[in-house]
Design a protein. Structure first.
Length: 401
């Protein structure tokens, strides 16, 4: 809302300056010297007002607090109660109302759309034995028509069509894994795999730009049978920041020159993404992160890597601070049977994602500390690109292995 006010105000000032240009161009030559000087002074005055107002308002937005202190869990029971409440809320969210049904297309139309999609993948037309309207069943859409060719959920072809707009959001060939012992994947280059993946991505007819976040060939195992498949993840691009909350995941292989698809689906996770503008520079973000890091550890910094990303607000760095600068391991509570239940120290109330500078701080590896085994793990700090606040972080050392 505040951004809109600033834009409207600057537009108004622009219109005033534009009108002045028209007036200036129409001044007769014999009068121009005196009038032009006066009008130029007025134009400069208006411009200075608009810029000052813009800077003042931007400053308010830049320093508006985003991060809120999370709730602290005092016991495992408290955490468990939260989980049970979330389960109940999720179960209720899957109930289909009459209003939901009014928003959907006809199931027979969805059936036809599903088969046309399958035919594009060079499968024969399928007879679906399961045809259901489901809500909050997959991450591709809230309401979907879900079709399968086998009542066994682990077999057959499964395909989901967005019940509101008729777009396919999920496809799986659950039978492919049973053929692993008969399949030998063709060796293709990463560039060839990317071309195949790009073709599959276009089939989803998505709005906006999606870029590859990860592409790799890796073995997939089922019942002691293994085959190499390509895994490709595309993420939606927001001015250089890739959002993992809006992504497409593909798994496929090439056998004797033919494309064999394991799965392809859209994921639109239930996160409130605020596409906040970039105000803080990369250099400023690194300075903020390194200054914060000095208060959390005396580790010697080796090097820093920084990326523009979309990340969810979380309590990880906050937990570091509350833990006296020690690695924030989860809490553990011993149960009556002697087992230990682990649970997070804090609950993040806000389900928000924002554009951040992800500043990853890599340390010189010192001697092993038995009291803090993760002491030298890379620390990623999320610096909000608009406010400069630290809104979360992560241990992403596994990405280096």
């Amino acid at each position: 809302m505040k951004n809109n006010i600033v834009i409207e105000y600057l537009d108004e000032q622009y219109d005033k300056k534009k009108n002045l240009k028209v007036i200036l161009s129409n001044i007769r030559k014999e009068e121009d010297m005196k009038k032009v000087k006066i009008l130029k002074m007025v134009a400069v005055f208006l411009l200075s007002i608009s810029l000052t107002a813009g800077v003042g308002y931007a400053a308010t937005i830049t320093y508006q607090k985003i991060f809120k202190e999370p709730k602290k869990y005092e016991s495992y029971e408290e955490f468990e109660n939260d989980i049970e409440n979330q389960k109940e809320e999720f179960a209720k969210s899957q109930e289909i109302s009459s209003e939901d049904k009014e928003k959907t297309i006809d199931i027979n139309i969805a059936n036809e759309i599903a088969n046309k999609f399958i035919e594009k993948l060079e499968y024969e037309k399928q007879e679906f034995v399961t045809k259901e309207l489901k809500k909050n069943y997959i991450v591709g859409a809230e309401l979907v028509y879900y079709f399968t060719t086998n009542k066994n959920i682990n077999k057959g072809i499964h395909i989901a069509v967005n019940a509101e707009n008729g777009k396919v959001v999920d496809f799986e060939n659950k039978d492919l894994k049973y053929e692993y012992d008969k399949i030998t994947s063709d060796e293709i280059t990463e560039e060839e795999a990317k071309k195949q993946a790009d073709k599959l991505l276009k089939m989803f007819e998505l709005q906006g730009e999606y870029k590859i976040k990860e592409i790799k060939e890796m073995p997939h195992l089922f019942q002691n049978k293994e085959v190499d498949e390509w895994s490709v993840t595309y993420c939606k691009n927001y001015d250089g920041a890739l959002s993992y909350f809006e992504r497409v995941e593909l798994r496929f292989l090439i056998e004797k020159g033919n494309l064999r698809i394991d799965s392809m689906f859209i994921a639109n996770e239930d996160v409130n993404f605020e596409n906040n503008p970039t105000v803080i520079t990369q250099e400023e973000a690194e300075k903020i992160a390194l200054e914060k890091d000095k208060t959390l550890t005396n580790n010697q910094v080796d090097f820093v890597t920084t990326k523009l990303e979309v990340r969810g607000m979380n309590s990880w760095i906050y937990a570091w601070e509350q833990n006296g600068g020690k690695y924030p391991y989860p809490n553990g509570q011993e149960k009556e049977d002697g087992t230990i239940e682990f649970y997070p120290k804090y609950k993040q109330e806000e389900n928000i994602a924002r554009r951040v500078w992800n500043v990853s701080i890599h340390y010189v590896q010192g001697e092993l500390d038995m009291d803090d085994l993760c002491k030298y793990n890379t620390k990623s700090i999320f610096v909000d690109v608009t406010t400069g606040e630290i809104i979360g972080g992560a241990d992403e050392s596994y990405l280096e292995k």
